[in-house]
Ligand binder design. Structure first.
Ligand code: ATP
Ligand code: MG
Length: 382
């Protein structure tokens, strides 16, 4: 079976790697160059998007910032999962918030902003500091501002006004202000839904961000109550979109209660540990669901940690001397802070996982890999 993935980054690459054993052959549409390429070899198929759409059996996506006309073409083929509406929801925070409101799934209180008065109104409504985000353009914490005091309001507004003005009719730029949530931690749930509406979820993952970018995820035993809240939110949101494929939901945990931060209609960085900690990874399960194959087991086999490699062209090969440590490179050109790859590590239990992380922390500098040492210490004490 041939599958076209919209987007030609690391997520398409990892889908390609995991699809091959199932005889699911992935080609990718590079939205920038408009070329159809092989996500691993980067070989050019010399096809137009229209040709690729008619040749493949299934179409899916690895990211949400895809031009509207491309989404429409894909939808018209009847082969596209999870569909245009779901991609639009993940790609626009105002649509996402509307979905959260109508499904009654709690999320950070917010106000949409199109003029200065809205920002002035948001301050007494939501309090300071305010988290301000672009609705359509952000990723990895980019496209965000923090309004900490009223004195900053004019200068922050000037930047926002410039951003809003740079939008066009086909691609409007809008802004949302959110209450700053004093979370205890951030977690996410990744699940998969098939064409008949059956759902399987992976165990809730704890995520650590540094400067707005995911640096480390832990998948280990998780409080039942948190797990249940995440599954409930997943079921409601996935059903309301009649979703097919893997869907990720990021949450803030505040005093034992989950509040949605955002929804990603795709495989997600916080689920990369599933390549090693489960029998069927998020990449494989996504391909299975969109292709109409039975979904694989999402249970955790071993507690696992995923460490992002940000901006580093290489890592010491010493890490590969540790059992059950694997590196996954994305084949990308090095740039400061860029997601270049990730490291997965798993072990029989939390204590053994802590020991391996302590070994990794001796090899990986804290500055480039924040939180590895502290996670090791935490697991060693558990
Ligand atoms: P990505 O797509 O990589 O997940 P993003 O650019 O879409 O990131 P968000 O997930 O919305 O951005 O925000 C990035 C991080 O900023 C969050 O993981 C969280 O740490 C912090 N953050 C965002 N919104 C809030 C909020 N309302 N209150 C507190 N912290 C927040
Ligand atoms: Mg996020």
């Amino acid at each position: 079976m041939n599958i076209l993935v919209l987007g030609a980054g690391q997520l398409a690459r990892m889908m390609s790697l995991e699809g091959a054993p199932l005889n699911l052959n992935v080609r990718a549409y590079d939205v920038g160059s408009k070329k159809i390429i092989h996500p691993l070899t980067l070989e050019d198929f010399n096809q137009t998007l229209e040709q690729a759409i008619s040749l493949v059996d299934v179409i899916t996506s690895e990211f949400e910032h895809i031009p509207d006309d491309v989404l429409t073409l894909c939808c018209q083929s009847g082969k596209f999962y999870p569909g245009k509406a779901a991609i639009k929801t993940g790609g626009d925070r105002s649509i996402e918030k509307a979905l959260l409101d109508t499904t009654g799934v709690p999320s950070a209180p917010y106000k949409l902003i199109t003029e200065k008065q809205h920002l002035l109104d948001a301050v007494p409504l939501l309090g300071l500091p305010l988290v301000i985000k672009t609705c359509q353009a952000g990723y990895d914490g980019k496209g965000q501002w923090r309004l900490k005091s009223l004195e900053q309001l004019d200068s922050v507004w000037d930047e926002m006004a410039g951003f809003i003005a740079s939008g066009t009719q086909t691609l409007p730029h809008t802004i949302i202000a959110e209450k700053m949530i004093p979370f205890d931690r951030e977690v996410s749930v990744i699940g998969v839904r098939d064409k008949s509406g059956n759902v399987k979820t992976y165990p809730v993952t704890e995520n650590q961000h540094t400067n707005g970018v995911l640096t480390l995820s832990l998948a280990a035993a998780m409080d039942d109550n948190i797990q249940q809240q995440a599954i409930d939110a997943f079921n409601k949101l996935a059903a309301s979109m009649d979703y097919v494929g893997v869907l990720a939901i990021e949450f803030f945990e505040v005093a034992g209660t989950l509040m949605v931060n955002e929804i990603a209609p795709r495989v997600h960085n916080s689920g990369h540990w599933t390549q090693q900690g489960t029998a069927c990874s998020q990449f494989e399960n996504h391909l299975r669901a969109v292709s109409g194959l039975p979904m694989g087991d999402t249970g955790i086999q071993k507690p696992s940690v995923m460490i992002n490699v940000l901006g580093q062209a290489s890592i010491s090969t010493q890490v590969l001397e540790i059992a059950d440590v694997k590196s996954h490179w994305y084949g990308k050109e090095q740039k400061v802070g860029r997601k270049m790859g990730h490291i997965n590590v798993s072990a029989e239990n939390n204590l053994a996982l802590g020991k391996k992380l302590a070994q990794l922390a001796d090899i990986l500098p804290e500055h480039d890999y924040p939180g590895v040492r502290s996670m090791a210490e935490r697991l060693l004490q558990s």
